[in-house]
Design a protein around this ligand. Structure first.
Ligand SMILES: [Zn+2]
Ligand SMILES: [Zn+2]
Length: 214
């Protein structure tokens, strides 16, 4: 049995840890990329990408042929330290173990263009990626006003007008489509921030969709 201080670098006394999904448990989730939360929460730790949430997960069960562990409580966002103390308080109150690992998750739809670009003409974030048939370049089109980023214009100019890295705000953003299924990969040249996929977690995504304001 691993020690709490070893796992969490924090003193979670009188709390037990679990490594299995088969029991009701508390889980701490690190959500480094939630721009929605960053915008509304006035807290430096959160703004720096240190948002954590505290969840109560129900024992895993098979739903539609895939494992699902329902979320019955979703609290936060907190900074890391606060998340740890909230989790341990909840663990004592509810007499539940805490999951051994802090999972890092990306928000649902995180690779949507809207997180990384905004239409310079109408400020809409409803953008689509359009590939140029003559070229391998991707360009952006606005669903709301039909504005298109002109591939032939100066690339630097297009970058500063359309793009904004959610990590650092830089316009030095790259976008490419990977594979035939067309999942989108965004990355920032300035800070190295990118959209590496997180493990899918359907129950968590559903819980967030219902707990966050639209
Ligand atoms: Zn527009
Ligand atoms: Zn950046």
């Amino acid at each position: 049995m691993r020690d709490y201080t070893e796992v969490y670098d924090a003193d979670l006394s009188n709390v037990s840890l679990t490594g299995t999904n088969d029991v009701r448990r508390i889980q701490i989730v690190h959500v480094p990329d939630d721009r929605h939360e960053r915008d509304i929460v006035d807290n430096e730790a959160l703004a720096a990408g240190e948002a954590h949430e505290v969840l109560v997960r129900e024992p895993v069960e098979i739903v539609d042929h895939s494992p699902k562990s329902a979320v019955s409580v979703l609290e936060g966002p907190y900074g890391r330290e606060n998340a740890l103390s909230q989790a341990s308080a909840l663990a004592r109150d509810e007499d539940l173990p805490i999951a051994e690992e802090i999972v890092t998750l990306r928000p649902h739809h995180w690779s949507d263009a809207g997180h990384w670009a905004t239409c310079p003409a109408c400020s809409s974030e409803e953008l689509v990626l359009v590939s140029d048939l003559d070229d391998t370049n991707l360009t952006l089109a606005c669903r709301a006003c039909d504005e298109r980023a002109q591939a032939e214009t100066d690339r630097t100019e297009m970058h500063s007008e359309w793009f904004h890295c959610p990590g650092c705000g830089s316009g030095d953003v790259n976008v490419e489509l990977s594979g035939p299924a067309g999942s989108t990969w965004w990355s920032c040249d300035d800070c190295g921030y990118d959209t590496v996929p997180a493990p899918p977690d359907r129950a968590y995504a559903e819980a967030r969709d219902t707990s966050l304001p639209a």
